[in-house]
Design a protein. Structure first.
Length: 492
């Protein structure tokens, strides 16, 4: 252990020993010499202001043997937040496989006669959450390359691969316009390579003082309407900008102020009806290729006997799971739940998909009798898991052929590259343990969680799960999580 790390560890132990908080009867604490790890963790938990009035579940296992090394409320059912994605990812990899791909098809129920499609043209979605506007352009270019200039029929969006229930059962109304609360559809597009399906990016840049800021939308479209009630203010004035979408509409409201020296703000906003949004972009692409149609723009299912004109396949699940887990993408989680239901039960619904997930995670160490599972992302405040079950799953999956994909998709502490560090990219850098912690973060109001793997020098690797509920400040709970991780890396 180098000198700087020794000093860091010494300072940390002093902090644990003397952190202000409640006083406790020392007889109830482990004896330091008998179990120094348990003593240090208990001291940290009991004397932290974060845990005063909160509920804490901690589970620590040997990654080699699965032996439970330490627990504190490990069998207490707590809200996992995005740690629920660990279950979703494991079930998806186990059932669908690493090479599974989503497909999107362009089909017709008619025939091609010269430069005309005599019949209806369908854009048929099958759940791909990584479709981009450029893919819509590819579909249109395929028709252009075939010499097609007109569709003598309707142009139809088919999103019937999944049911028409757009929101998971416990999504709260105030999350509806956010990128992490986007509607779920079998036909949807993302604005960029974060793959936040069913969203658009609103750019707001200041103009001159007293004037309205400049607003642009990515991708450019006429599907969203902008109502700009904001203004540019002097650089010394206090700015407050609010960007949101009206309920049930595709009107984006921009209110408040932005300083003249602000380089610009960006906000990912979910759209209302992602199927219609994706289809709007397809229609734009057709227009750019000078392809017209004589019929209507509609949404309905394609008949069984159709001619496939073009197929786009997503990246394999082993790659898709990286933005899903690294960036904690809620839409990907819920798409995977519906896909499990569709593939196994021929029902693209939350009920069917969650039934499939529950059956699968039992095989991987989760006691569903002691759990409440309401979605795949963890955004529900009704989800309940036990920390001991999470570490049991993390131990179990090590023996699966797809484990490398699962592990490599986890955020890595202190790695600032978003594609590596993800939601942990700025955490634990000051503790000098970056790169050695691969774990899934979780945050919803009053909840923070962290579960994953610790790689240690010349010592056995560790599996851990921290579930902290009923907290007043989630950021302070994360500071506690980081201190707990440091103990496991350097002290145990």
């Amino acid at each position: 252990m180098n000198t700087l790390r020794v000093l860091c560890l010494f300072s940390f132990i002093i902090l644990v020993a003397f952190v202000p908080g409640e006083t406790h009867d020392s007889k109830q604490l482990p004896v330091p010499n008998e179990n120094p790890l348990a003593y240090q963790i208990d001291q940290l938990i009991k004397n932290s202001s974060v845990t005063d009035g909160s509920a804490v579940g901690i589970s620590i296992r040997s990654a080699k043997t699965g032996e439970l090394i330490y627990e504190h409320g490990g069998n207490q059912r707590l809200r996992p937040a995005s740690n629920m994605k660990l279950l979703t990812a494991a079930a998806a990899l186990s059932i669908l496989g690493e090479n599974y791909r989503f497909s999107t098809e362009l089909v017709t129920d008619g025939k091609i006669s010269g430069n005309i499609i005599e019949g209806n043209l369908y854009l048929k979605g099958s759940g791909d959450p990584t479709l981009l506007p450029s893919n819509m352009e590819d579909f249109a270019k395929t028709l252009h390359d075939k010499g097609i200039t007109n569709v003598d029929g309707n142009v139809i969006a088919d999103d019937t691969w999944y049911d028409d229930v757009r929101y998971s059962p416990d999504l709260i109304w105030s999350d509806e316009h956010t990128y992490y609360g986007a509607q779920i559809s079998a036909l949807s597009i993302s604005p960029d390579f974060d793959y936040d399906a069913g969203t658009a990016i609103i750019h707001v840049a200041p103009s001159s003082v007293g004037k309205k800021p400049r607003v642009t939308v990515e991708p450019a479209n006429n599907y969203l309407s902008i109502l700009n009630n904001s203004r540019t203010i002097d650089e010394d004035d206090e700015e407050e900008l609010n960007i949101y979408r009206e309920h049930g509409k595709n009107v984006i409201k921009i209110e408040g102020t932005i300083a003249v020296d602000n380089p610009g703000e960006r906000e990912w906003i979910s759209v209302w009806d992602p199927t219609a949004y994706a289809f709007h972009m397809f229609q734009r692409a057709l227009g750019q290729q000078a392809i017209s149609w004589s019929g209507e723009i509609k949404q309905s299912g394609a008949p069984e006997n159709t001619q496939v004109l073009h197929t786009h396949e997503s990246m394999p699940l082993s790659q898709l799971i990286i933005p899903f887990m690294k960036l904690s993408n809620n839409t990907h989680a819920e798409v995977l739940i519906k896909e499990l239901g569709k593939v196994i039960k021929d029902k693209g619904s939350w009920d069917a998909g969650l039934d499939v997930l529950k059956s699968e995670v039992v095989k991987l160490g989760i006691s569903t009798e002691h759990s409440v599972i309401r979605d795949g992302s963890g955004i529900s405040h009704i989800n309940l898991l036990r920390a001991n079950d999470i570490t049991n799953l993390l131990y179990s999956v090590q023996n699966e052929p797809w484990f490398h994909a699962f592990r490599d998709a986890l955020p890595v502490a202190g790695e600032e590259d978003r594609k590596i560090g993800g939601t942990l990219r700025y955490r634990m850098k000051d503790l000098m343990i970056e790169g050695r912690v691969k774990a899934k973060t979780g945050t919803i109001s009053t909840v923070s969680s962290l579960s994953g793997y610790i790689e240690r020098e010349d010592k056995e690797n560790i599996i851990f799960s921290f579930l902290i509920n009923n907290v007043v400040d989630e950021d302070k709970a994360k500071e506690l999580e980081d201190k707990l991780v440091f103990l496991l890396v350097e002290y145990y």
